[in-house]
Design a binder for this molecule. Structure first.
Ligand code: ZN
Ligand code: ZN
Length: 324
C-alpha cells in the first residue's frame, strides 16, 4: 500500500512543484538498476540459470532485485518456478485464466494475475522449490536481510540527493520519486508480464499455456515481454529471439561475457527453434459440392476439380503463425 499512497502524494507534489531533473534522473536510474536486478538476476540467473557469473555479480544482482521490493530471492524464485511448472493450469499461482467467461472473467483474471494472487494464492512450502539456491551461504545471508535492501533502496536516492544538494527538501523529494514512486513503477511493469503477457499478444511458438509476446511489456521490462518465446525456451538467456525483438537484458549478458563476467550462456539452436514454431493451420475444409441429384442436373468431372482448386487457394491464403 505504501507505494500507492506515495504515488498519490507524488501527484500532488508534481502538480504544485513539478519534478526536478535530479528526481527524474534518480527515478529512471534506480528503475533501471532494480529492473535489471529482477530480470537479469532474480529471473534469468537465479530462477532459470540461463548463464553463469561470479559471486560478486551474483550478490550485486540479488541486492538490486531485493531493492525492487517484490519479495526475497528464495520466495520470488519459488513462485516463478511454480508458475512454469503449472503454467495456466491449476497450481499456477498467477494465471489470468479460469476466472469465468466474458469481459468480467477477463477483468477478474487480469486482477488476480497482476496483484490479487499475492493475497489469495494457496500457501506452499516454497523452500522445496529452490534447493539449489538454499545451498549457497551467500544467498541465504542476502535472503535473510531482504528488508535491509528494500529500505536501503528507498533511502539511497535521498542520500545521493543530500550529498549533492545539502538540502533536506531535496532529500525527501528524492526518496519520494527515486524510492517509492520507482518501486510502484517497477512493480507494475514486472507484474504486467504475469497478467498482460498471458492475455494479449502473439504466440509464435507451440507451448502448453497462454503465454504471449507483447512489445510494450518488452520495452518496459528490457526484454521480458517476449514471454511466449520464454515459455517455449525457459532456460534461454535470450528472450527476444528475432533480430527485431529488443532484449536489453540479453545484450547486457552478452556484453558482460566479453569482459569475462558471464559465461555458459544458454540459447536455443535454430533447429530447436524451428521445431517449436507453431505448425501451419490445417487445410480449411471446403463444403462439399451438392450432388447432381441435389442440384437436379447431370453429373460431370468439374465439381471435384473445382473443389481441389478451392482447397489449394485456401491453403495458400491461410497464413502460418510465423507470417502473422
Ligand atoms: Zn508466464
Ligand atoms: Zn521464467
Amino acid at each position: 500500500m505504501v507505494p500507492w499512497i506515495a504515488v498519490v502524494g507524488a501527484g500532488f507534489v508534481f502538480w504544485n512543484r513539478g519534478l526536478s531533473p535530479l528526481d527524474l534522473l534518480l527515478c529512471v536510474g534506480l528503475y533501471a538498476v532494480t529492473m535489471l536486478g529482477i530480470t537479469l538476476g532474480y529471473h534469468r540467473l537465479f530462477t532459470h540459470r540461463s548463464f553463469k557469473c561470479g559471486d560478486t555479480l551474483r550478490a550485486a544482482l540479488c541486492i538490486a532485485g531485493s531493492m525492487a521490493a517484490q519479495g526475497p530471492v528464495f520466495f520470488w524464485t519459488a513462485c516463478h518456478r511454480r508458475h512454469h511448472r503449472h503454467s495456466d493450469e491449476p497450481g499456477d499461482p498467477h494465471s489470468p485464466h479460469h476466472h469465468g467467461a466474458g469481459v468480467s472473467g477477463v477483468l477478474q483474471g487480469w486482477w488476480h494475475s497482476h496483484i490479487g494472487w499475492m493475497f489469495s494464492h494457496a500457501p506452499e512450502n516454497y523452500v522445496r522449490l529452490v534447493p539449489d539456491l538454499i545451498r549457497e551461504p551467500q544467498l541465504r545471508l542476502l535472503n535473510r536481510y531482504y528488508w535491509v535492501w528494500v529500505i536501503g533502496g528507498i533511502l539511497l536516492p535521498g542520500v545521493i540527493a543530500l550529498a549533492i544538494t545539502w538540502s533536506w527538501a531535496a532529500c525527501a523529494s528524492a526518496v519520494l520519486w527515486g524510492g517509492l514512486v520507482r518501486v510502484f513503477l517497477v512493480h507494475h511493469s514486472t507484474w504486467s508480464i504475469n497478467s498482460i503477457c498471458h492475455l494479449f499478444g502473439e504466440s509464435p511458438y507451440e507451448t502448453e499455456d497462454q503465454s504471449r509476446n507483447n512489445l510494450v511489456c518488452a520495452l518496459l521490462t528490457f526484454g521480458e515481454g517476449w514471454h511466449n518465446n520464454h515459455h517455449a525456451f525457459p532456460t534461454s538467456a535470450r528472450h527476444g529471439l528475432e533480430w527485431w525483438q529488443c532484449d536489453v537484458v540479453y545484450g547486457i549478458i552478452r556484453g558482460l561475457s566479453w569482459v569475462r563476467l558471464t559465461w555458459d550462456i544458454r540459447i536455443p539452436s535454430s533447429e530447436q527453434r524451428t521445431a517449436r514454431i507453431k505448425a501451419p493451420k490445417a487445410l480449411v475444409p471446403v463444403p462439399a459440392e451438392p450432388t447432381p441429384s441435389q442440384r437436379g442436373v447431370e453429373s460431370n468431372s468439374m465439381p471435384s476439380t473445382l473443389q481441389q482448386g478451392k482447397a489449394i487457394l485456401l491453403a495458400a491464403r491461410t497464413p502460418t503463425s510465423s507470417q502473422r
